[in-house]
Design a binder for this molecule. Structure first.
Ligand SMILES: Cc1cc2nc3c(=O)[nH]c(=O)nc-3n(C[C@H](O)[C@H](O)[C@H](O)COP(=O)(O)OP(=O)(O)OC[C@H]3O[C@@H](n4cnc5c(N)ncnc54)[C@H](O)[C@@H]3O)c2cc1C
Length: 308
């Protein structure tokens, strides 16, 4: 349903709806399907619950495109607290960060400095920092920053990136990232991209996903395959089995609240599963992208609302 997908993506940028939704109590109830809660404590509690089910976690403090350096530092501060609490409570979680939240759009040098400091803190606490990938005007700058940080010998392996199979450029990016020993999370891509840079047809995005996943699986680095698509998952499982790639050599990643049945099934089969758990007050754009991926979610969420 490409029309509905575009409509939800357009709504994800709507400022007045965002303000209303994030401040209303109905909005809080709606978002709880995909978001762990508003506070750090909520995220840590849900993380512990998910860990108990045998799954790894990555925590995402929601927020995108800050406009001042003060806001960027405030956003980073939440991640420092998360890294400290993950270590103190012995949770099994790393962190996922968007560079626009660290000021990338206004000041790439600031975003790079903040990401470098976060990678240092992740390293010091025995943890790992994943940089999420945003829309295509930011792909190159995001790659450059991650590669420069990973090139520092003391931070090698403490930072990873995300590659989207809908982009034409992704195969070349993956070749380079593997050569540099950088951990990749492969996803299909959640933004609306023009035909000049991305495959317009879902079948091409899917075919590229399988091809890129096979490249990652064959590499000696621990990567993450982020998808809820059973066809992608089946293809990865069978490729790994054919090549004798052990289940401990890679992980599947899924979003909190999406296909919980499939998450549990993969754990029972002995695969590593990591759940991406977002939290925070600025949940609206993330939530709308989840509706764009599957407009039928609107009905599930409406049902949940009327039940409460
Ligand atoms: C851990 C993780 C991290 C991600 N990080 C990024 C990132 O950094 N940058 C980025 O652009 N994108 C990111 N994404 C989003 C990703 O790009 C896709 O938009 C999203 O995962 C949907 O694609 P899919 O692979 O699940 O396949 P699709 O073909 O979209 O869906 C396959 C099936 O999965 C189920 N499904 C998919 N989405 C939903 C949903 N929202 N609700 C319910 N069921 C659903 C449905 O059964 C659907 O038929 C991430 C996704 C995950 C899982």
């Amino acid at each position: 349903m490409p029309v509905l997908r575009s409509a939800f993506i357009a709504l994800s940028h709507n400022r007045s709806l965002r303000k209303f939704a994030e401040q209303s109590s109905i909005g809080g109830k709606l978002s709880s399907r995909f978001v762990a809660g508003l506070e750090i404590e909520d995220a840590l509690r849900v993380c512990a619950q998910v860990n108990k089910q045998g799954m790894h976690v990555t925590l995402d403090s929601l927020g995108e495109s800050v406009s001042t350096a003060v806001e960027a530092h405030r956003a980073a501060d939440i991640y420092y607290q998360l890294l400290d609490q993950i270590a103190a409570r012995k949770l099994d979680s790393n962190i996922s960060v968007k560079l626009t939240q660290m000021g990338l759009t206004q000041d790439p040098a600031l975003a790079e400095a903040i990401a470098t400091n976060l990678a240092e803190h992740a390293h010091a606490t025995g943890n790992f920092l994943r940089i999420d990938m945003e829309d295509s005007p930011l792909t190159q700058v995001t790659l450059d920053i991650v590669r420069r940080i990973n090139a520092r010998p003391d931070l090698r392996g403490s930072i990873g990136i995300v590659i989207q199979s809908y982009l034409f450029r992704s195969q070349a990016d993956i070749e380079q990232l593997i050569a540099e020993g950088i951990r990749v999370r492969l996803c299909k891509g959640a933004y609306k991209e023009p035909g000049e840079v991305a495959f317009p047809k879902k079948s091409d995005v899917d075919a590229n996903y399988v091809k890129l996943a096979n490249m990652l699986l064959q590499s000696p680095i621990y990567h993450g395959l982020a998808t809820h698509d059973e066809t992608m998952i089946a293809a990865a499982k069978s490729f790994a089995a054919q090549r004798n790639i052990d289940r401990s050599q890679f992980e599947f990643q899924m979003l909190f609240g999406v296909r919980r049945d499939l998450q549990r099934k993969l754990v029972a089969e002995g695969y590593n599963v990591r759940v991406y758990i977002p939290f925070g007050r600025e949940w609206y754009p993330y939530f709308m992208r989840r509706l764009a991926e599957r407009p039928a979610n609107v009905f599930f969420i409406a049902k949940q609302l009327f039940r409460q």
